[in-house]
Design a protein around this ligand. Structure first.
Ligand SMILES: Nc1ncnc2c1ncn2[C@@H]1O[C@H](COP(=O)(O)OP(=O)(O)OP(=O)(O)O)[C@@H](O)[C@H]1O
Ligand code: SF4
Ligand SMILES: [Mg+2]
Length: 385
């Protein structure tokens, strides 16, 4: 059985999605093997909302959004539907997709250092991006570039405009990438692990920026992360992927108050908490996700699931069991706080270290910022990383 291609919405009625993804499947052929990386993914992205797609490494998060952007290699076969305000993206020619990419949908990646051109000033790169999308003079594009740098709250934008990427901190470079991504006023902004390479404080500041932008500009933000804590803190809605499938989806508050999938709960338990006593074990999910080239019988989480029974030999459908709350499980757990029995293989660990200061450039005094964990829902005012 496969996940239902029906709409899965939990942000409330009356919010018309800008992007409707239905039953999206991505299959690679490599070495004679068929690798089924996305197996019928459906979701809506809504204006002014942040949707988090989370899941362990290899669960199909990046493949799903790259399929929407037309960024997969020719070995990928993509079927299903991705409707961007009436425009079907699946099956578009490269030429048409190039026009939509960057214009209607933009994407920022984990490593802004690699995405920026080291030989051009950041201003010149934003100007280039503005002029790709708008027939404006260089002067007007430069004014727009400064506006964009202000929008992403880069300190001293006029000065930074003339600087090169290596003269900026990682957080500042990511702000520049966001400015470039916003140059075309995209309807959808996808952030694929965009804060993973940053220290915890800078990560929180960039997430705050994305939250603020989605509100101010009405952009639909799709945030991809393996970090459930980030999703809990910032997203409006969370979609959990496992083995190429959506296994749970709900509004963030609902999901974290009433987690149902044992997999989601295990991810939640695996979040490092700075409040955890140092002797307390850090739960990790034992075992590995299934090989995507092998056919899976039954629930894909079965070999790792502490609640599995014979019934789980039949794959559960992704269904709306409670209003706005979708999950695929025969034996759902009862909320986030019920204890998870330990399974052999869980390793002890220490809480994650938290960086105390935002990145400082040589000769620049680091701004003082209170230390926050990724689980803190409300982060104070931005600093200048
Ligand atoms: N070009 C490719 N050819 C063959 N298989 C691929 C290709 N790209 C991705 N895959 C496979 O598709 C599956 C999903 O990969 P994907 O990159 O979407 O994972 P992810 O959820 O984004 O993981 P991570 O958190 O590590 O980024 C993986 O098994 C991966 O090996
Ligand atoms: S269906 Fe069964 S194996 Fe799958 S997550 Fe639920 S309890 Fe576990
Ligand atoms: Mg990825």
């Amino acid at each position: 059985m496969t996940a239902t291609p029906e709409p899965q919405t939990s942000n409330g009625p009356g919010e018309k999605p800008v992007l409707k993804v239905r039953d999206l499947k991505v299959t690679f052929t490599r070495g004679g093997k068929r690798i089924r990386a996305a197996k019928g993914v459906s979701f809506d992205a809504k204006p002014g909302k942040m949707l988090a797609i989370i899941g362990e490494s290899g669960s199909g998060k990046s493949v799903t959004v790259r399929a929407l952007m037309g960024l997969l290699p020719p070995s990928a076969e993509v079927v299903g539907s991705a409707d961007l305000e009436g425009q079907e993206l699946v099956g578009l020619s490269d030429k048409k997709m190039r026009m939509i990419r960057g214009q209607e949908i933009s994407m920022i990646f984990q490593d802004p250092g690699r995405s920026l051109n080291p030989t051009m000033s950041v201003g010149a790169q934003i100007v280039e991006s503005v002029r790709t999308h708008r027939p404006v003079s260089r002067k007007k594009a430069a004014e727009r570039a400064i506006e964009l740098l202000k929008l992403v709250r880069l300190p001293a934008p006029e000065k930074r405009f003339h600087q090169f990427p290596h003269q900026l901190s990682g957080g500042m470079r990511q702000r520049v990438m966001i400015a470039i991504a916003l140059a075309s006023d995209p309807k959808v902004l996808i952030a694929d692990e965009a804060t993973t390479a940053l220290d915890v404080t800078t990560q929180a500041q960039i997430m705050e920026l994305l939250v603020d932008l989605r509100e101010r500009l009405g952009t639909a933000v799709i945030m991809i992360s393996h970090d459930l804590g980030l999703a809990a803190s910032y997203a409006d809605e969370v979609l959990v992927m496992y083995a190429g499938k959506v296994v749970e989806q709900a509004a963030t508050s609902e999901l974290f108050a009433n987690v149902r999938m044992p997999y989601t709960r295990a991810l939640l338990e695996a979040i490092p908490q700075i409040t955890r006593p140092s002797h307390a074990p850090l739960t990790v999910i034992s075992g590995h996700p299934p090989d995507p080239s092998q056919r899976i019988e039954g629930c894909p989480f079965k070999p790792r699931c502490i609640r599995s029974t014979d019934e789980c030999a039949t794959a559960p459908l992704l269904e709306e069991h409670e209003p706005g709350h979708w999950y695929a499980c025969w034996h759902p757990v009862d909320g986030a706080l019920a204890p998870i029995p330990e399974k052999s293989g869980a390793v002890p660990g220490e809480a994650a270290a938290v960086a105390a200061d935002v990145e400082a450039l040589p000769g620049e005094r680091p701004p003082s910022v209170s230390v926050t964990s990724t689980r803190t829902p409300a982060i104070g005012k931005e600093s200048t990383s």
